[in-house]
Design a protein around this ligand. Sequence first.
Ligand SMILES: [Zn+2]
Length: 410
Amino acid sequence: MKRRDVIKSLTLLPLAGSVLPIQSLLSPVADYNLTLTLQGKTMPDLHRNAFVMDGHVHVMTRELLKKTDIGQRYTDGTVDLPRAKEGGLDALFFSVYTPENYYPGRFETKNTFRVVNLALDQIKKNNSMIELALTASDIERINKKGKMAAFLDLEGGYDLDGDLNLLRALYRLGLRSMMLSAHNTSTAFIDSCCDVSHWGGINDLGKKIIAEMNSLGMVINIAHASNDAIMQTAEASKHPVIYSHGGFYNIVDHPRCITDQAAKAVASKGGVIGIQFGSLFNNPKYRAWKKTQPSAKTTVPNGTTIEDVDKQLALEVPLNFRGTIPDEYWMHVDQLAKVIDYGVKLVGEDHIALGSDFDGGPELPREIKDISDYPQMTVAMQKLGYSDYRIEKILGLNWLRVIRKVTEGK
Ligand SMILES: [Zn+2]
């Protein structure tokens, strides 16, 4: 929440929890010029004043399946617009998701179009808080009005066959970023991290899709792709590519984490890697413990209609982590700071950012209950002794640079 919004909400909103005297809202209370927000949480002035953008926030699955509104404050899950605002977010990769559940019946394209359409409706409906951004300049223009900017990013297959006409149609609707890999599933054109390799990376159709996204001006997201696919995409793309959310394989040997080699390939093209907030990808202790646990069965329904799939998936939303983590394996936010620092040392401060994966199921660190606790990331980076400018890059300027390059060619 920006200072002006704190003041505004003081006069406009019914207050949840205790009311703080206005003086305490505006005065520093601890190290790093922390300021208390209405919720009694601390927010460094650096965070309040910085451009803050998250590379991967799950939205719309709940709204689609439960007919709810993201502008309301939910009592569960980890994301909604009021809490995003409290967390000081200025922009989001508004990740619309087509999970594996829709693939067996080949409902992925239908789901993709309806979630993109719903996202446009929901953004319009909540126009007082958020607006759709198609370019970096849009993001800046929207922020100037005191609103958050939504930059649509598709996670999951838009079409497992890779039809270029459907891609063009999605662009026309306002989609400006897309994961090439169909989540954890290999498709007709690219191998995923976590499935059989059909192509040893990407094939000729994959290269055509990359060229098409380059010429349309769409951000190519290679999170969830195989190591070879990441390397080959970075090579084939004219523009920088992003890895929106994950950890480093050298820290946690999970296939969803990026190798040093692939991270360097992404950085060498001017791209950016977003650090996800979950223990599974960032906390080796937790990962080691997890390996000893019986793996939870994932059920991919093979319902005969899309309505069947919807019904089954609706039981799982919001898609946040609901398990319990034994105390000794539950990481603090300083572990995420260590992962950020590993990335900065590996590829440089221009190529690291944040991609929380809120409501995508990460086992969040102790200090972060939901998106409203975003300032904790700034506090953790300040404790590393980072300069304000380095933190600002990681908090959002790096994402903005790539979006500007891809959507405006500069
Ligand atoms: Zn993901």
